[in-house]
Design a binder for this molecule. Structure first.
Ligand SMILES: [Zn+2]
Length: 183
């Protein structure tokens, strides 16, 4: 992940905020650690390039502060919109370009949960309830390249999505906030 981050910062698009050098310095993987024994002696142990929990939180904060759109399709034919049956240029929500940030959400894009009906489940003596049955399907949709956008642009897309009655689930970009780094 730290390698990915350095690649991202090495060719930084203007839409994304640069990481201050002092924070980059904090993200260097730890190769050795100095421990202090009960007698007050210093002991150096190898940790073989791990990242610490704080480094992980910082990297997540950096990635979360960088917003982008995902193009619909690459070499394969583009996926058709289930809502309007057209082919959008970008991955959309409510037929509006859907802003993304971080890494985890992109993995979620290819997973689709479909309601396939209900079944009656016995929960006690002569007591039943209807349970919704779902089917999880992993779609072979090819995601195209990402297109960086500013937090303000992401906010604009989210406002348009919400105006169509969709409640936005996830982080709301603050155009005035810089790079947020948790302690
Ligand atoms: Zn559509």
């Amino acid at each position: 992940m730290a390698q990915l981050l350095s690649q991202m910062t090495g060719d930084l698009p203007p839409e994304w905020v640069a990481i201050p050098p002092e924070i980059l310095q904090l993200l260097v993987p730890v190769n050795v650690r100095t421990l202090h024994t009960a007698k007050g002696e210093e002991k150096i142990v190898s940790a073989r390039g791990i990242i610490t929990p704080q480094q992980k939180r910082t990297i997540d904060a950096v990635l979360a502060s960088r917003w982008f759109l995902v193009k619909n399709g690459g070499a394969l034919p583009r996926a058709r919109c289930m809502r309007c049956k057209r082919y959008h240029q970008y991955i959309t929500l409510a037929c509006i370009e859907k802003p993304h940030n971080g890494l985890g959400e992109v993995v979620g894009l290819i997973e689709r949960v479909t309601e396939i009906g209900t079944r009656r489940q016995k929960i006690g003596h002569r007591q039943y309830r209807d349970v919704v049955m779902t089917e999880t399907q992993i779609d072979a949709v090819e995601l195209g390249p990402i297109v960086p956008i500013t937090p303000s642009e992401a906010r604009g897309f989210i406002d348009r999505i919400n105006a169509k009655g969709y409640g936005w689930q996830g982080a709301i970009p603050d155009p005035h906030a810089g790079l947020l780094v948790p302690a």
